[in-house]
Design a binder for this molecule. Structure first.
Ligand code: FAD
Length: 507
């Protein structure tokens, strides 16, 4: 048994940033199930949002965040996000992140639904990789121990208070217990719940199942953002082709060459992400195609290799020169808005258990995330987690009065593919009652078993729990809003549904 004042699960931006901030409190242990840089963070392209431009303000950033969230943003949390963002950029710079500059000033990109240019980026479209590299170098510090290939399998709770973490050392098969009074869930997202995703294979949503099991509340879990344009080739992963490419003028065409977006939305190719994703699905269905084309060949005035070095290099590597050939694209699962419910100090409803980053639901995204707010959310609320622990104040987040009790399914999914196929079909970009019920019945049919001592088996258990939560929440919400679209309830219904759904495990 090892003990430390803080144990962090995950080594993306959330886990590493909190580890650095928490060094002053004593030794910190970081558990991570792959190598240190195996995380969503490394793949982030566009950048990180902060109102640092001369004509911008946190109030305008807040207004854009609230508009994107489709009626469900927690305004108090979003206000914290937007107000504290500029100071967190300074922290990242202090930790060695070199944001791109232009003529001696920080370079600010513009993304859809932002009223100002406020996206800081690094290495062009390699923002996440630059952040992860800088933070990885900074955590080489005697007070931080990073244990890679170590899978957290259970949170230990006694009388409603966190007591430690049980983990499996994947290279030896040993089960270890880490004793602590503070645990941070920084386990990231859950794109791997779906067949097509921009997320790496660690993104199986483990932290949500671990949090639910420990007694924490889960919120907004039906809201999932599908990115419209991921590379679609049978022999290459669905690499993200950033919205910024359409921002520069690239056009979506169906395989017979028609620029179809004008039939779906007045903003055409720059319509909101969910609208573009559904338009692509409709085109693919109507023509029996498995992808559409993103055509950059008309962008003669943009140096695509310089503006999008990562995208250009990846496409080139799979035989597509985006300057002269359209890129085959299709939608893919991208970002989970919901997660383990926290207050503005990152506290969950279990004393001593904190959550931050994509695994958490602070409420800042509501039903739909404003682009580039997610990286910022990790550091704003990560800083607050450390401030709260440092304050010595005990106590958990106030429980939600509307939390509904659920019984997690007893089964283990037969394979990752079984979950992904079912979720893509039953809880994907377009949902309906019949499909969601079919998904719930499938999860219920999975064999009741104890996970084996392997990463795959534990993930299959956690994915079954998360699938049941997502399917039930999506079935309950009989409307369409943000990242949740129901074919059988296509309209937003504020009268019944301008509210969050919150879930907790039955005692
Ligand atoms: C392709 C792509 C592009 C993106 N672009 C942007 C962008 O431009 N701007 C933006 O704001 N956001 C972007 N995002 C979203 C953003 O990158 C993520 O939301 C953010 O990086 C999440 O950080 P995190 O630290 O919470 O999680 P992650 O970076 O995913 O880290 C999670 C960590 O937890 C570990 N882990 C998980 N389960 C366990 C377990 N059971 N035991 C031990 N360790 C575990 C993982 O191995 C990993 O180290 C993008 C995402 C993707 C995939």
């Amino acid at each position: 048994m090892t003990s430390a004042p803080l144990v962090i699960i995950g080594s993306g931006i959330s886990g590493l940033f909190v580890a650095l901030e928490a060094r002053k409190l004593g030794p910190v242990i970081v558990l991570t199930k792959g190598s240190i840089d195996d995380c969503n963070t490394r793949w982030a392209q566009g950048g990180i949002a902060a109102a640092v431009g001369p004509l911008d303000s946190p109030e305008q950033h807040l207004a854009d965040t609230i508009a994107a969230g489709d009626g469900l943003v927690d305004e108090a949390a979003a206000r914290v996000l937007c107000a504290e963002a500029p100071a967190r950029i300074r922290d990242l710079v202090d930790y060695g992140v070199a944001f791109d500059s232009l003529g001696g000033e920080v370079a600010l990109g513009r993304e859809a639904a932002h009223s100002h240019s406020r996206i800081l980026h690094a290495g062009g479209d390699r923002t996440g990789a630059e952040i992860e590299t800088a933070l990885t170098a900074a955590v080489a510090d005697p007070s931080i121990t990073v244990l890679d290939h170590t899978l957290a399998t259970r949170l230990l709770v006694e009388r409603g208070r966190i007591k430690g973490v049980e983990a499996l050392a994947l290279q030896t098969g040993d089960v270890e217990t880490y004793e602590t009074s503070n645990v941070l869930l920084a386990t990231g997202g859950a794109g791997r719940m779906f067949t097509y995703t921009t997320n790496p294979d660690v993104a199986t949503g483990d932290g949500i199942a671990l949090g639910l099991d420990a007694g924490a509340e889960i919120a907004d879990i039906e809201f999932y953002q599908f990115h419209p344009t991921a590379l679609h080739l049978s022999d290459a992963p669905p690499f993200l082709i950033s919205e910024a490419v359409r921002g520069e003028g690239a056009v979506l065409r169906n395989p017979v060459g028609e620029a179809f977006m004008s039939r779906y939305h007045p903003l055409k190719d720059l319509a909101p992400r969910d609208v573009v994703a559904r338009a692509i699905v409709t085109e693919m269905r109507s023509g029996g195609w498995d992808s559409v084309l993103l055509d950059c060949t008309g962008l003669k005035s943009v140096d695509l290799a310089a503006r999008f070095p990562a995208i250009y290099a990846f496409c080139k590597g799979v035989g597509i020169d985006m300057r002269s050939n359209p890129i085959p694209v299709a939608p893919a699962a991208h970002y989970l808005m919901g997660g383990v419910r926290t207050d503005v100090w990152g506290r969950t409803t279990v004393e001593g258990l904190y959550a931050c980053g994509e695994v958490a639901c602070t409420g800042v995204h509501g039903a739909n995330r404003l682009a580039s707010n997610s990286l910022m959310e990790t550091v704003v609320f990560g800083k607050r987690v450390v401030e709260h622990i440092e304050s010595g104040e005990r106590g958990a987040a106030a429980p939600s009065p509307r939390a509904v009790t659920v019984k997690p399914p007893p089964g283990v999914a037969p394979s990752h593919t079984a979950v992904q196929d079912m979720m893509w079909r039953c809880a994907g970009i377009e949902r309906d009652g019949a499909g969601l019920r079919e998904g719930i019945a499938t999860v219920a049919s999975w064999e009741n078993a104890k996970p084996l001592a392997t990463r795959a088996s534990h993930e299959c258990r956690q994915m079954a729990v998360l699938a049941a939560l997502m399917l039930n929440a999506a079935l309950e919400r009989t409307e369409s809003r943000g990242g949740h679209y129901r074919n059988d309830f296509p309209d937003r219904d504020d009268q019944h549904w301008k509210r969050q759904q919150v879930w907790k495990r039955e005692p």
